[in-house]
Design a protein around this ligand. Structure first.
Ligand code: 6PG
Length: 235
């Protein structure tokens, strides 16, 4: 289990955004100073939107920063469901390199292999993996269900796999590719960002259950060895 898991609670979206923009900016600048480049994995969903907008306005050196999604829905990049679309729209104009993980592979398993191959070219590990979380305890695109173990116990060294959530999540009922537990756990920094009581109840239970948890987020936290900060919007 992550060495230390700490909640940072925020009363308003603006406060949460300001803190995250400052902290992510610091992670990027530190990575650039130490290694001349930064690799970030950003989630999909709705939570990141205001934070991306805040990051875009901040004074951050985006050149030599590579951004990948933690997971991608297997839809065309111009689909409103695409995770990379918002990332690309926000960060490409700032000079960052944005690497999509989707492909036109004919099935999601092959799409996973293609995403994995693309990630093999990167300077690993990520300086930051930012995880979102759903009410069902999924994180990245590791959902409770038949494909969960495959993403959590993928072969050693595999960074991405294809998954078909079952049941399909109503907000985006499509196959996905996702970082594996090993890839997530390899990050130099991991944060979780979310909000609301329902999700908090799930997250607390998942943390308590750890390796035994039926919630993917609990299983992932069990694999992470570094401290994890949770940024939470109380609402
Ligand atoms: C995805 C996401 C996913 C997301 C959560 C939370 O594409 O499904 O990457 O893991 O982070 O579902 O989504 P919200 O921020 O919309 O609640």
């Amino acid at each position: 289990m992550a060495e230390e898991i700490e909640y940072w609670d925020f009363a308003t979206q603006d406060e949460l955004t300001e803190q995250l923009v400052g902290d992510i900016g610091f992670i990027i600048e530190s990575a650039l100073d130490a290694r001349g480049q930064a690799l970030l994995a950003f989630p999909g969903g709705s939570t990141p939107k205001p934070v991306f907008a805040g990051l875009a306005k901040a004074n951050i050196r985006w050149k030599n920063v590579t951004i990948i999604p933690t997971d991608e829905r297997l839809v065309p990049v111009d689909s409103p469901l695409s995770n990379i679309a918002l990332i690309a729209k926000t960060f490409l104009p700032l000079g960052a390199r944005v690497l999509p993980l989707n492909s036109e592979a004919e099935n999601y398993t092959l799409a996973g292999s293609a995403a994995n191959a693309r990630l093999m070219d990167l300077h690993w590990p990520p300086d930051l993996v930012w995880l979102g979380m759903g009410k069902d305890g999924h994180t990245a695109s590791i959902f409770p269900g038949p494909d969960m173990e495959g993403a959590i116990h993928a072969d050693k060294g595999v960074r991405a796999v294809g998954v078909m959530p079952d049941p399909l999540p109503p907000e985006a009922p499509v196959a996905r590719v996702t970082l594996t537990a090993e890839a997530i756990a390899s990050a130099r920094t991991t944060i979780i960002v979310g909000g609301g009581r329902d999700k908090k109840t799930v997250l607390d239970k998942a943390i308590e259950e750890g390796a035994r948890s039926a919630f993917p987020i609990g299983r992932i936290l069990d694999r992470i060895e570094i401290p994890v900060d949770i940024y939470w919007l109380d609402s």
